[in-house]
Design a protein around this ligand. Structure first.
Ligand code: GTP
Length: 354
């Protein structure tokens, strides 16, 4: 099973390219200055673009491959024009700072407009990006709007501040990305640990946890949950006659259709084999019977489509509620199991309450 965080490759490329842009920039004395500045800064824009597109991949937004080329291709002619204008250092810095601010605002926006469970890491990264936007806006404004050419002190002070800011930005951004990735992996591991891989419903472990929680809530509120124990009828026959793959399809078919009969707070889980459980929070025995019958009727009247034509099957259900003052999962479950046994004994395709 592969667990991955989307966007990592783009971030790796982004940091590698942005970091390598320092080489042509540092080689200004050896290379043609125009070449080193244009090449270095186009690489820097490419690096920022990769980080932005990586962020879009991370949040599940679509990305076109050519998007990473937009900023470098925009920077190329503009920077070249600045060199025709005698280098125009302040103008060039203002232009680059604006572009950097824009390219950093984009991933911050991607993160802030999506509120999901990975929020702590996402907020951290978004604020680091916004701080970088702020710094670059100030830098662009300073160089862009200064009426006179900045004096030697100002030109020397800003590169120093830029170096310190770039260093801190990199460290905090990488830290934030690591937190974001570890949150994502943690969520994915939690999901995998609580899911049945075939049907993608909750598994027995998750059911136990959730039902225990419902029972302790019920102790507090006095509003008891109901439990349905649902078993596909003659599943062995279905497997033997149509093959295991069709049996698997029947399990998924059941999950899809049962899910359509439940409220958002109800929990459907695969207990094992062809047996499923449904936890219905705050539900009377009568209401549980209604839900069980709704599921049974839907399954009986919706045959599944297979390569060999439509195949029908039915389900039997044992339904019960937690009624004791200190309800215990085993006791409730045994009651539902006994009701299910009665349903099977009564000829299947029916619901028995207990
Ligand atoms: N295709 C498939 N079959 C499974 C899976 N898990 C368990 N089974 C099969 O489910 C069948 C269960 O058979 P039984 O326990 O005899 O139950 P049944 O045939 O449904 O009979 P009743 O419950 O009395 O109606 C067995 O043949 C198992 O091999 C699975 O994940 N996929």
């Amino acid at each position: 099973m592969k667990i991955s965080v989307h966007g990592i490759k783009h971030w790796a490329w982004g940091f590698a390219i942005a970091g390598s842009s320092g080489f042509p920039l540092a080689a200004r004395g050896m290379l043609n200055p125009a070449l080193s500045v244009v090449l270095g800064n186009c690489m820097l824009m490419l690096g920022y673009s990769f980080i932005w597109t990586g962020m879009r991949q991370f949040v599940g937004a679509p990305v076109r491959k050519w998007w990473v080329l937009v900023a470098p291709l925009l920077a190329l002619p503009v920077l070249s024009l600045f060199f025709l204008d005698d280098g125009n250092v302040p103008g060039r810095i203002a232009f680059l700072s604006t572009l950097i601010a824009g390219l950093s605002a984009l991933p911050a926006w991607e993160l802030l407009r999506r509120n999901d469970e990975r929020r702590l890491g996402q907020r951290w990264v978004a604020w680091i990006l916004l701080a970088h936007v702020g710094f670059n806006v100030c830098r662009a404004a300073y160089y862009g709007f200064s009426t006179s050419v900045p004096d030697a002190y100002a030109l020397a002070a800003f590169p120093t501040a830029t170096g310190v800011e770039a260093f801190l930005y990199m460290i905090f951004l990488v830290l934030g990305l690591i937190i974001m990735m570890s949150n994502t992996l943690q969520m994915e591991l939690n999901r995998l640990a609580s899911r049945d891989p075939l049907t993608d419903t909750y598994n027995r472990r998750a059911f136990h946890e959730m039902f225990e929680r419902e029972l302790s809530n019920a102790e507090r509120t006095g509003r008891q949950p109901a439990l349905l124990l649902i078993d596909i009828d003659n599943f062995k026959q279905l497997n033997d006659k149509h093959g295991h793959a069709v049996g698997d399809l029947a399990l998924k078919h059941f999950v899809t259709h049962a899910g359509l009969c439940l409220r958002s707070q109800d929990v459907l889980a695969r207990f094992g084999g062809e047996e499923f459980v449904v936890v219905l929070p705050e539900c009377s025995l009568h209401a549980a019977h209604v839900v069980a019958e709704r599921i049974r009727t839907r399954i009986a009247t919706h045959p599944m489509s297979t390569a060999n034509g439509d195949i029908s099957f039915t389900v039997s259900t044992g339904a019960t509620t937690a009624i004791a003052k200190a309800p215990d999962l085993k006791e409730v479950f045994d009651r539902a199991d006994a009701a299910l046994y009665q349903a099977k004994m009564s000829g299947r395709n029916c619901t028995v309450t207990a």
